[in-house]
Design a protein around this ligand. Structure first.
Ligand SMILES: Cc1cc2nc3c(=O)[nH]c(=O)nc-3n(C[C@H](O)[C@H](O)[C@H](O)COP(=O)(O)OP(=O)(O)OC[C@H]3O[C@@H](n4cnc5c(N)ncnc54)[C@H](O)[C@@H]3O)c2cc1C
Length: 389
């Protein structure tokens, strides 16, 4: 086992009730296991850590293996099965490549595929491309000036001759460095697409006027980007002015539950790695795990992690029924981010100097946990949502 394979995803316990009715989905799991075996080198590639992650290769491989199509609901009847397959996928990918492949896949599944596919203005060919892993997209909402308060967007959609164009700037956009198209949230002051207010627009990432650069950040290295839009052409109005934020609020409910799923699995993977390492490591003539304090710390973190995993899976059940309250999704995400951070912090301390080394699973998880407390809505915004009910 190397550091990037935190625990073997094929043998790690996958938790109860991962099928639509609490049953397992053996056919999908077999396909997933085959994918993990076949693409082990890609999943453990050092580029996931060094800031040049092989995202397009991963998406192409997963698409060719049919994993995105499996985890995609063509209609409401497929929804529960697709959601539980996505859970299995996130659980497996949290355990490889330091968890980084899972971040790229979550954005691909939830934004480039699920969000885009649910929008009436989206071209079906784009969704087919995403399902095949040939193309991907990124949701560009956050701006350097505004992230939590998206009602005050400075990016604007405007007329440019006889076409629509968008001008402004976005940053921290997941998968933007690899995106073929961007879903840009922009203010439609002049009601060029609908009512005044935020609109969601499709912008080809390679169009003139679009400049994307990877963002150098503490965690999620190479996975997020900064986007400059200078009268960039709008190829489709996905959601007209005045409705953009409402549609995204519904999307974030889903994304927050899935982020909580991923964080719970990441915490579980880091914890298992920590237990195995504490069993091996000897200090003062005894294994680290021989100390009651160490065992109790790990036991407490195990209890908290199981609580997060159970809450997230309940969130998935509610999503499957179409009745997940926004406050519940926010609570799942808030708690998962806190527990992941605590697990990673304790695991790093327990690993001593080795944990402080770049590439150690706890090191990476701690850096990514800080980002996950921001992505998809910050901890404070989650509390605001819980407070509102
Ligand atoms: C790894 C990662 C991936 C991301 N992916 C995407 C993506 O794909 N697409 C995208 O559009 N964005 C993405 N983001 C951006 C993320 O959504 C924003 O960083 C986040 O919403 C916060 O916005 P901000 O950074 O502008 O902070 P601000 O909104 O300026 O907030 C600053 C701080 O103040 C707090 N705060 C704000 N308002 C209040 C209040 N009323 N009461 C108390 N505290 C408050 C916030 O919680 C935060 O701690 C990502 C971020 C990260 C780190």
């Amino acid at each position: 086992m190397n550091d990037r394979t935190i625990t073997d995803p094929r043998t790690a316990p996958r938790g109860p009730g991962t099928g639509p009715d609490g049953a397992a989905d053996p056919a999908f799991r077999a396909r997933l296991d085959g994918f993990l075996t076949e693409h082990r080198a890609l999943l453990d590639d050092p580029r996931w850590e060094d800031g040049t992650p092989p995202v397009p290769a991963l998406l192409a491989a997963a698409g060719a293996a049919g994993l995105f199509r499996d985890a995609w609901a063509a209609g409401p009847a497929d929804r529960p099965r697709a959601l539980w397959r996505a859970v299995d996928l996130h659980a497996a990918l949290a355990r490889v490549g330091g968890g980084a492949p899972g971040a790229a896949v979550l954005t691909h599944l939830d934004v480039a595929t699920r969000l885009l596919g649910a929008l009436p203005g989206a071209d079906r060919a784009l969704v087919d491309g995403a399902l095949a892993g040939r193309t991907t997209g990124a949701l560009a909402a956050t701006e350097p000036e505004h992230g939590s308060d998206l009602a005050r967007l400075t990016t604007r959609v405007h007329r440019d001759g006889d076409r629509l164009a968008v001008t402004g700037g976005k940053w921290f956009i997941s998968n933007a460095p690899f995106a073929d198209h961007l879903l840009v949230l922009a203010d439609d002051q002049d009601a060029a697409t609908g009512r005044p207010g935020p609109a969601l627009l499709l912008v080809p990432a390679g169009a003139p006027g679009v400049a994307t650069t990877p963002l150098d950040a503490l965690g999620h290295r190479g996975l997020t980007g900064q986007v400059r839009l200078d009268a960039a052409p709008v190829s489709a109005v996905l959601v007209p002015g005045g409705h953009g934020l409402l549609v995204l609020m519904r999307h974030w409910l889903h994304e927050r539950v899935m982020l909580a799923v991923r964080m719970g699995e990441l915490a579980d993977a880091v914890l298992r790695h920590a237990v195995a390492a504490a069993r091996q490591r000897h200090t003062f003539g005894v294994p680290l795990l021989g100390n009651q304090h160490v065992r109790f710390t790990l036991a407490r973190l195990t209890a908290e992690t199981e609580e997060v995993r159970a809450a997230a899976r309940q969130g998935v059940r509610l999503l499957a029924e179409g009745s997940c309250p926004a406050a519940y999704a926010a609570a799942c995400k808030h708690r998962a981010a806190a527990v992941l951070r605590e697990v990673a912090d304790e695991a790093l301390q327990l690993a001593g100097g080795d944990g402080y080394r770049t590439g150690h699973p706890a090191n990476r998880a701690l850096r990514d946990a800080l980002g996950l407390a921001l992505a998809g809505g910050t901890d404070e915004l989650m509390l605001q949502q819980i407070d509102r009910g």
